[in-house]
Structure formats: structure tokens, C-alpha cells
Design a protein around this ligand. Sequence first.
Ligand SMILES: [Mn+2]
Length: 274
Amino acid sequence: MRFSFVVSAGLGYRIPDLFETEASFEEFRSALKLLKRHGFSGLEVNLATTEEKTLARIAKIIQGEGLQLVAVGTGLLYLKRRYSFTDRNAARRRRAIASVSRLIAFASQHDAVVIIGLIRGGTSVSSSSGLLSRALVECDRIASEHGVRLALEAINRYETARLNTAAEVASIIRDDKLRSTGMLLDSFHMNIEEASIEGTIREFHEMISHFHIADSNRLAPGRGHLDVEGQLRLLKELGYRGWASAEILPKPDNASAVVDTASFLRKRGFLSQP
Ligand SMILES: [Mn+2]
């Protein structure tokens, strides 16, 4: 198991205007330098843009800093642009799928997974679950054409009305025969939805294609009351070989979030000295 850190306009190392202003590209570069210095080898971004030129520029910075892009999040397409797989408006559904498709092509150049999170839509249930299935089947087909894995995230009920638990994610993957789609488990969401976090990891570990770590309050591990160490030991014991990304609130600030996460992981032998 290897460790990465989210850099985005929202969670993780937060740059509010990320990839929207000139200055934000320089700040992005500084963020990567800090991650590298603290021993992280991977990075996860959440993208609201699918513009070729911007994606190429992002890739160049990541490469220049010697980090690996391990996951591309798509939730900002929903949060910033209101694109969703379950929108009643067909044009917006098309735009959601087309945008994810472009990010799948981008991810394929980096061996990164593409996260399917809030792009499924938020807490209002205004459409049939058929729309969600149709979009997932199409994205799964596009992903398989590109040799990319999708990571379908179980997200808590306060953020979305659909696929809140690992069991629900597992069912849709099986029922819709999604061959390029795995599961994304997130400590923070599991703590809200699952009867047992360890039990969930044990039951579904073979389907996990990406993992998010955070403590109970979504701060760095060790700053809340979850046994994040136990979760990581269990993943390791079960042979999980993917990435675990810190997706945490940058409190009190970005640098402390990185330093606290790195020192938690290093003290417990998960991260080696940089
Ligand atoms: Mn997450």
C-alpha cells in the first residue's frame, strides 16, 4: 500500500482557485514540493476542468516535481458546474458523462484511477436509479477502452441520496456487470454509514480500487476518534496493494494537515523517511 494526498479546491491541500488563476499553478507546484518533502509519493487531484491545455499543464507540473498522479476526482464537476449522472435534464447528463470521459482519457496517461463520487448527484432524489446505472455502464465501457479503473465511492447520506454503503456499491457493480469499476472506501463515510468499518473492509477488500483516509471529524488521522491505524493494518494484512489517499480538511492550515498526516503514518511505519 502506498500513500498519497489530495490537492484540490475543496478537501485536502486546499487551493480555492486551483487551475483557475495563474497564481494557483505556482501554489500547486509548492504543494507538491511540500508533499514530496514529507514522504508522499502520490497525489490525487479533483478536477472541474477538462480542457486539454490545462490538463497538459497540470501533468507537466506533476512530472516536474517527481510525483505520481494516482487518482482523479470528478466531484467538482458536480459541485462547481452542477453536472450529474442523474440530472433530469438530458443535456446536463450528457455533459457529465462527456466530462468524465475526458478525465478517463487523461487518467489513462498516468495510470491513475478515476473516482466516481458526487458526479452521481446530491441529496435530492428526483430521478430513477435507471439513469445512474446507464451512466455507470457507459463510463465503465469508456474506462475499459482506455484500460483505466474507476473507483465508485460509497458516500454518506448527508452528501448524496445514492450508494451510501459499501454493500450498495457492491450490488450495483455486480448487477450492472461493471468490469472496470472497483470500490472506493473512505474512513469518514464508513464511520457514518457502516455497522463496522473493519467488517466492511474485510468483506469487500477484493473490490477496493482506492481508499480515502480521514479521522472521524475529517481531520488528519490521529485528530479524531477513529482507529485509522487499525484500518491500514487490516488493509495491509488483506493484501491491499493500491493507494490510500489522505482526503482531509486542511485545518488549521494546509501545511499542518500534511505534516500531521505524514507524522502519523511515519510513526506507525507506513511511510518511510523522505
Ligand atoms: Mn472520499
